[in-house]
Design a protein around this ligand. Sequence first.
Ligand code: ZN
Length: 166
Amino acid sequence: MHDEIRIFPDPFLKNRVSEIENIPSNINEITAKMLKIMEEADGIGLAANQIGYSLRLFVARLPEDKEPLIVINPVILEVDGEDHMEEGCLSVPGVSIEIPRPTRVFLKGINTDGKEVEYELEGLMARVVQHEIDHLNGVLIVDYLSRRDFIRFQREYEKLLKKEEE
Ligand code: ZN
């Protein structure tokens, strides 16, 4: 099943996803599905492993963007600046956590045609890209919490999930 967003504490989200060596022939189908699921969930970014694919790939799109950003094997080469912002995650519903991150990133990767691409990004998109690469490394927003805050988070999160089941 690749259609549903994996929800924390699904252990699949904790795995680092390895680089794509051969781009799958149905890559356009996969990215179209990722964008659809992301948009239906009102998200601005989605990593492939969030919906069960072991593919090092993410999609992102801000409301003002005409075209989505789709990057295979993304690597951040350079960062600059720092700010703090509350971040949510489609895999950790109902939660937002303040996370410090660089404000600018220089990103390299491959597009769906197999061509090398480079992007210089800042502001919200720079943050989204770092969040999605975290996913591909098996890192979630809750991993930024201190031990004490994580314990508090877990208690509230369990209640939240229970409420949703009802
Ligand atoms: Zn996320």
